[in-house]
Design a protein around this ligand. Structure first.
Ligand SMILES: C[S@@+](CC[C@H](N)C(=O)[O-])C[C@H]1O[C@@H](n2cnc3c(N)ncnc32)[C@H](O)[C@@H]1O
Length: 408
């Protein structure tokens, strides 16, 4: 076995020694031994541990691939995540101030996609082992809210009734205010007998909603989520911020960054930011997914005391909001997918928009777009890093951009 000194962490959370050689679950300053296969070490043994190393909270951590950074002290992880954002900005020569990072607590992930298999003995549900399709049972997972783990008996039943012996089902479980919202993909094809059996599970496990591929099998209660004063029932499997804490912190940052009589929420989803913003401003909400727009609209119509919301389905990669359309907008909120918002940002740069809150799940595309905005006269006033994917290498942020005295 060769010995290596870990020098730094890569963006996926793996330790990196000179070479580069990657060793999962190691920390800077650690001396490690392992078997080198190309640029990776396997069978890693820690010879000299770092002071930053802590005991993992979860008893499944060793075998489960769901988390990558439970072995690292929390302040170190916070610093690592902020540095990822900083280095993306450095690549474009951008400087700004950081607000203190906010990290969601353990047992707070309100949605998870479990791998579920029918086995010879019965059923197996959990997460994949690292870089493997082996399913690791996680009955005491410390990442998700306890209510998701209570879906264990349901997942056993789903596997026995609807799983094939060959394939693996993915079971997406979301905690709603009225119970579990369950969305299954990869199971047997639906026929009358299966539909009947699955309907029985909706009652037996008192589910809010069960969806099988694109078919809603049963809905005892519309599984709504609260966005400010509004209640929205997202379409099955639709985007939702990963933790309630993350949603609250991002919403507070957005509300802090922008204000005015009228604004536009770009990539609005089901209205996570639209509805809280509508407590004080009229909002145009744009999003490409028609079902999410319909859910947002219905949530707004049922809510009391909100200002006008116009929810419109629009593909903002192909048809970004044009400079003229920003004329009557005091502010915009931008929360694109990982690809960022290149086309939309190019139009904002040409517009007279003065206030922008940018929420991002990808520091690299965020920094690329920030460079264009700064080139168009915006200042990047602050960044708030939000760690709602604790123990993973994933980074989220909210940022405030502003510029003054643009001619409308
Ligand atoms: C990161 S999510 C944010 C959603 C919402 N702001 C929230 O916080 O719940 C990004 C959203 O962009 C939408 N989206 C993806 N591609 C799009 C496109 N080309 N045009 C408009 N919306 C798009 C997705 O459907 C998703 O709802």
């Amino acid at each position: 076995m060769d010995e290596f000194l870990i020098e730094r962490l890569g963006h996926q959370g793996d330790g990196i020694a000179a070479g580069p050689v990657y060793a999962a679950r190691t920390l800077p300053g650690e001396r490690v031994q392992g078997i080198r296969n190309g640029d990776r070490l396997s069978d890693v043994k820690i010879v000299e541990p770092s002071d930053l190393r802590v005991a993992a909270l979860c008893k499944h951590y060793k075998s489960c691939g769901g988390c990558q950074l439970q072995h690292a002290a929390e302040p170190f992880v916070a610093d690592f995540k902020q540095r990822i954002v900083q280095s993306a900005l450095d690549a474009h020569g951008i400087k700004t101030g950081f607000r203190a990072i906010k990290t969601s607590p353990p047992q707070s992930r309100r949605r998870a996609t479990f791998a579920v298999r029918r086995t010879k003995k019965g059923a197996l549900w959990g997460f994949h082992a690292r870089a493997s399709d082996t399913v690791i049972a996680v009955p005491e997972c410390q990442l998700v809210v306890p209510e998701l783990l209570q879906a264990g008996p349901l997942m056993d039943d789903l596997a026995l009734i609807g799983g094939s012996r060959k394939g693996e089902m993915s079971v997406n479980v979301t905690l709603s205010e009225v119970g579990l919202d369950v969305y299954v993909q990869g199971g047997k094809l639906l026929d009358n007998a299966l539909t009947l059996a699955l309907s029985g599970l909706v009652e037996k496990h008192r589910l809010a909603r069960l969806t099988w591929d694109d078919e809603v099998i049963g809905m005892r209660n519309p599984p709504h989520q609260k966005f400010g004063a509004g209640k929205v029932v997202p379409p099955p499997g639709a985007f939702l911020q990963a933790t309630q804490h993350g949603q609250d912190v991002l919403t507070a940052a957005v509300m802090d960054a922008v204000s005015g009589a009228r604004g536009v929420d770009l990539f609005a989803g089901c209205g996570t930011f639209t509805l809280p913003l509508a407590e004080r401003s009229e909002i145009l909400a744009l999003e490409s997914d028609k079902a999410m727009i319909a859910a947002l609209d219905s949530g707004w119509r049922k809510a009391k005391g909100l200002k006008k919301v116009q929810a419109v389905a629009r593909d903002l990669f192909r048809r970004p909001l044009m400079p003229d359309e920003f004329k009557h907008m005091d502010f915009a909120v931008l929360d694109p997918p990982r690809a960022g918002a290149e086309a939309q940002v190019a139009e904002i740069a040409q517009s007279a928009l003065e206030q922008l809150a940018y929420v991002s799940c990808n520091p690299v595309t965020f920094a690329r777009d920030a460079k264009v905005l700064i080139g168009a006269g915006f200042t990047l006033d602050w960044i708030q890093v939000v760690d709602q994917f604790r123990w993973s290498a994933h980074v989220e942020l909210a940022a405030k951009f502003g510029r003054t005295h643009m001619q409308r």
